[in-house]
Design a protein around this ligand. Structure first.
Ligand code: AHR
Length: 341
């Protein structure tokens, strides 16, 4: 049955690739990497992709997925721009894509706010914009055609529900619970939603206290540095809620250096988001107690949206990816072996 589903999925992906290649061979657009040479003729569907940066293992896997789906073999020319975690760089990239007269702009926005002007410029230039991963908070919803990404609120809620159950299993549901919270990039949907769900959970339980909130920017280095400093004055921690895996790695390093035990059935509970394979390895060892999945493989999803647009079909405005949880109690080697990133 599994093999049959795999073959069917493979055939579906092939079908999308073939259709996009066919469309690409029929469509021509004057475009070039160099805005000064707008007359160069290319036959592929040209995509300008503004990526956040390479702050995390998730992001690296996401860039790979976009590059391999939007490849020349699949009928695309991908102009990839790494914004290095700076919104100004994303503005510049989008304006460059408009000058280059690309067929589509794909934007993975760093934060939700601040997109109205530049997206309206793209709309005026009649270049459809597809948003991927985090969302944009815009006045006019017609500023973009479609968004695909994770349900970050669902992820945060599931993490909090799991924590309630885990504390009960440990007989700690009535204890005072000290939580250290590592936030991702402030203003990113993943940060806003995961934070909101933790705050709702803490508000619901009088015995849960968020004893520290650190801005780890989704990176291991920053999270290590801030946690190390934090632990110099406060060591009484029961739970660390890390808004991605890389931040959990930095936290683990700082906890090791401070001689604090984490993991297993009686150590500090570490919760992280993404579930990349190196984090799942830590979960199997019992060091990370819960990995909440955040799926980065958006390349084929964006390709499907473009395929629909090329066929004058309306793709869904919002498409949420299905995800799951991996806890140290249930994770298996087979699960990790299947992980491709
Ligand atoms: O927006 C998705 C988040 O961004 C991932 O959880 C994180 O690892 C990445 O940098």
């Amino acid at each position: 049955m599994k093999a049959f589903v795999g073959i069917r999925k493979g055939l579906e992906v092939m079908a999308v690739i073939l259709t996009v290649m066919l469309i690409a061979s029929c469509s021509k657009k004057n475009v070039s990497d160099n805005p000064e040479a707008l007359d160069t003729e290319k036959e592929n569907v040209v995509i300008g992709f503004s990526q956040v940066g390479s702050e995390s293992s998730w992001r690296v896997a996401n860039s790979e997925s976009m590059k391999s789906a939007l490849s020349e073999e699949n009928g695309f020319e991908l102009i990839f721009d790494d914004a290095k975690q700076k919104q100004e760089n994303q503005y510049k990239a989008i304006r460059r894509f408009i000058q280059q007269n690309v067929d589509y702009i794909v934007l993975a926005p760093i934060t939700e706010d601040g997109w109205d002007d530049v997206l309206i410029e793209a709309r005026k230039a009649k270049i459809p914009v597809i948003i991927v991963d985090r969302k944009v908070n815009v006045r006019e919803s017609s500023s973009y055609v479609s968004w695909v990404g994770s349900d970050f609120a669902w992820e945060g809620k599931k993490a909090v529900d799991w924590l309630e159950d885990e504390l009960e299993l440990r007989g700690m549901q009535e204890n005072g619970i000290n939580i250290l919270h590592l936030k991702g990039t402030i203003g990113a949907t993943a940060q806003l939603m995961r934070t909101e769900e933790l705050e709702k959970g803490a508000a619901k339980h009088d015995n849960w206290t968020v004893v520290g909130t650190l801005e780890g920017e989704y990176t291991e280095a920053k999270s290590y540095e801030l946690t190390k400093e934090f632990l110099e004055t406060q060591k009484d921690i029961d739970v660390v809620y890390c808004e991605n895996d890389n931040m959990a790695f930095g936290v683990m390093r700082a906890l090791d250096e401070a001689g604090l035990k984490y993991g297993g059935e009686d150590g500090i509970i570490i919760i992280s988001f993404d579930a990349v394979s190196s984090a799942l390895e830590e979960c199997l060892k019992g060091n990370i107690s819960l990995c909440v999945e955040c799926n980065p493989l958006h390349g084929p999803r964006v390709m499907r949206i473009i395929d629909q647009l090329e066929h004058s079909m309306n793709p869904p405005k919002l498409s949420y990816v299905e995800e799951t949880l991996f806890s140290y109690r249930t994770i298996t080697r087979e699960i990790i072996d299947e992980r491709k990133y």
